[in-house]
Design a protein around this ligand. Structure first.
Ligand code: UDP
Length: 244
């Protein structure tokens, strides 16, 4: 945040963004349920230029055992970026950022999964970011929900995610990497459309209370679009159609 590249035009006089999108237009999103035969559930997502694969394992025994809970199953999430996923090679050691994103994705998924029927077990979610271009936590959360459903984990709802933000004093939907770096605000939102509950909301940048409300509104509407694509991906795998 904070205009690292002051020369970049983030919004032109016709209201068009640096990648040709309108202010309320998401990037191209493609979700596929399944694909990994050794995982209990899996999903692949392309969210603009982000490419992310998710594998789910479990419910299964917990190692180390002292981490298990006698009352309920537990969810564990590992978000990992490949060193080649970004322009400047990422150090393969787990970064603070990856640990933080693993934690927020886990906490965003927890209200959706019903693990009380599986005491002493764990469900493991492995997220591999193959290519990153801004908004990987939202894309990863979206794909992880589909992978959990694909694994047959009982769920109250799917969590759909997308970021709202602000560039050139204008609220936008689906912040890309340039907009994240040179823009004024980035607000990733995870939302359960059926339950009408937000499970992830972060804010990097500065907004007025009015802009904040607008970002939440725009983000929640965006999540509903993402949700339709999640359901379509599951329909395609299990019924051979997109739910039409
Ligand atoms: N990024 C990068 N190198 C890194 C970490 C991140 O180039 O080591 C880029 C990547 O494209 C990522 C973007 O910075 O998507 C924004 O990262 P942020 O921490 O805001 O998380 P995200 O928007 O991916 O959820």
């Amino acid at each position: 945040m904070g205009g690292r590249d002051a020369t970049m035009v983030l919004l032109d006089e016709n209201g068009i963004r640096c990648d040709g999108r309108k202010v309320d237009e998401p990037r191209r999103i493609m979700i596929k349920a399944g694909g990994l035969k050794n995982a209990d559930g899996s999903a692949y997502i392309e969210f603009g230029d982000n490419k992310i694969l998710v594998g789910v394992f479990g419910p299964r025994d917990v190692h180390p055992k002292h981490m298990s809970n006698t009352d309920t199953g537990i969810l564990r999430v590992r978000y990992h970026m490949e060193p080649f996923s970004v322009g400047e090679r990422k150090n393969p050691a787990p970064s603070r950022r990856e640990i933080e994103i693993s934690k927020v994705i886990k906490e965003a998924l927890e209200p959706a999964v019903m693990l009380d029927k599986f005491p002493r077990t764990a469900v493991d979610v492995f997220i591999e970011v193959l290519q990153a271009d801004g908004g990987t936590r939202c894309a990863a959360l979206t794909a992880a929900s589909v992978a959990l459903a694909d694994a047959g984990i009982p769920m109250r709802d799917l969590v759909a995610a997308i970021a709202a933000g602000k560039v050139a004093d204008t609220v936008i939907l689906d912040v890309n990497n340039e907009e994240d770096q040179a823009g004024q605000a980035d607000m990733p939102i995870g939302y359960m459309p059926n339950l009408e509950k937000i499970t992830l909301l972060q804010l990097d940048g500065v907004l007025t209370p009015e802009e904040y409300k607008k970002c939440v509104e725009v983000g929640v509407e965006g999540c509903k679009l993402v949700y339709d694509l999640q359901k379509k991906a599951l329909h395609e795998k299990y019924f051979g159609n997109g739910g039409e």
